[in-house]
Write a protein that binds this ligand. Structure first.
Ligand SMILES: Cc1cc2nc3c(=O)[nH]c(=O)nc-3n(C[C@H](O)[C@H](O)[C@H](O)COP(=O)(O)O)c2cc1C
Ligand SMILES: CCCCC(=O)C(=O)O
Length: 415
């Protein structure tokens, strides 16, 4: 005897809903494979959209510290305007079926003419901090510079990304013996280039930070507690991650961050210090923060192997003239004597391509990856790198350039 159908035994059985697993193929429903952070990152189609995601994720004071610049932010808006005003002169009927944007930067192999710039206090932007940036750089195959005011030690960063090309950025401390010890730590951990930053004898006047009452590390005040309500994930991560202080400083300096900051910048630094660094640093020596042809030449004459044309992302002196316009002249003057990199204001693959066509060996980006970091930690940094890579490849193909050597000045018109 056969068993009667379920509905005959139970008149309500028919009303039972099919299980989701049975429905899915019918309705072509797929379980979402991405978590909310990955979805947010995947939705961003360029760095500006990562910036919008960063603004939603981080407290205002933190976002403004990254996004802002000095005084009226004229230097930053002018350099961005210069990149936007670039006109390309694409060449056609060239075989661009295989684009190869790889190169070497400061002696390090790089999959793109791009490196992640040194940025301070990176754990403030996201609790994963420099380790997230280093790991993403390692995966992307591009170099990363650790900052002297970083929140991860050179040793910890090296241990967490053993195969990354790492550079070390130096603020020469008042205490030169301790500065030398720091330089030796970087050397011993395989940091291959020393970026001596020269545009920060004192901090620039960043009015957004003053208005926001930004403290480093962020302190619990009425305002920050109010901010917790709107950015709970950031605060929970911050409160459960103990270390956010300066990681490079000697223990003897104690733990007072304000005193430390006072020791970490020396307004009396001169070209003699560059000559001294040349005697203690065997690797590639780079002067970062050059904004005139005179300083470009003098840096090289005093021992630099390379320079970074940079206005520090507009965060130091406002109203400086454009480092992008200076680039062709500097490249011409220095010839083969030094490698020339450039940074400040770069947020698009096309900016990178234009700078390389105008003679830069490569570029550094700061905010571009920090927006990714704030929006989604390591995966956000990775996303920023991937977006830039895709844009670089597309721009090169449409310009008729297969390799970075094909990026020549005739492809670009500076306004
Ligand atoms: C939040 C932040 C922190 C920075 N900290 C440092 C630093 O510690 N040392 C340094 O040499 N440059 C620092 N810079 C400057 C970057 O190295 C780089 O010159 C600049 O970010 C380039 O401009 P961009 O952000 O528009 O790409 C910082 C920049 C930002 C945005
Ligand atoms: C005084 C500035 C220290 C970090 C830094 O370089 C930056 O915020 O741009």
């Amino acid at each position: 005897m056969t068993t009667p159908p379920a509905e005959a035994r139970n008149p309500h059985a028919r009303r039972q809903l099919p299980k989701p697993a049975e429905l899915a193929p019918l309705l072509r429903l797929r379980r979402p494979t991405l978590n909310p952070v990955d979805r947010r990152l995947a939705r961003a189609t360029d760095i500006w959209e990562l910036r919008a995601a960063a603004q939603r994720a981080a407290p205002k004071a933190v976002f403004d510290y990254v996004d802002g610049a000095a005084e009226e932010e004229l230097t930053l808006s002018r350099i961005r305007q210069e990149y936007r005003a670039i006109e390309f002169r694409p060449r056609v009927l060239r075989d661009v079926s295989m684009i190869d944007p790889s190169t070497t930067l400061l002696g390090s192999p790089a999959s793109l003419p791009l490196a992640f710039a040194p940025t301070g206090y990176t754990r403030m932007m996201h609790h994963e901090g420099e380790i997230a940036v280093g790991r993403a750089a390692q995966r992307l195959g591009i170099p990363y510079g650790l900052s002297t005011v970083g929140t991860t030690t050179p040793e910890d960063l090296r241990a967490s990304c053993p195969d990354a090309s790492l550079w070390f950025q130096l603020y020469v401390w008042k205490d030169r013996a301790e500065t030398k010890r720091l330089v030796e730590r970087a050397r011993d951990r395989g940091y291959t280039a020393l970026l001596f930053t020269v545009d920060t004898p004192i901090a620039g006047n960043r009015q957004r930070d003053t208005r926001n009452g930004l403290t480093i590390p962020p302190e619990l005040t009425l305002r920050t507690i109010a901010g917790m309500a709107t950015r709970p994930a950031w605060w929970i991560n911050k409160l459960t991650t103990p270390t956010m202080g300066f990681a490079c400083v000697p223990e003897a300096w104690g733990s007072d961050e304000v005193d430390m900051a006072g020791n970490m910048f020396d307004p009396a630094v001169t070209y003699e210090d560059l000559e001294w660094l040349r005697t203690i640093w065997p690797g590639t020596l780079v002067v970062k923060g050059v904004q005139t042809i005179e300083d470009a030449k003098e840096s090289v004459a005093r021992g630099a192997d390379a320079i970074v044309l940079s206005n520090h992302g507009g965060r130091q002196l406002d109203r400086t003239s454009s480092v992008l316009r200076l680039l062709p002249e500097v490249v011409r003057e220095l010839g083969n004597d030094a490698e020339v990199l450039i940074d400040s204001g770069i947020l698009r693959g096309a900016d990178v391509v234009a700078a390389v066509a105008l003679g830069a060996r490569g570029v550094l980006v700061g905010r571009a990856y920090l927006y990714g970091l704030m929006a989604g930690g390591e995966r956000g940094v990775q996303r920023a790198g991937e977006l830039l890579e895709q844009e670089i490849r597309t721009c090169m193909a449409l310009l008729g350039a297969r390799t970075v050597d094909d990026l020549t000045p005739d492809l670009v018109r500076l306004a």
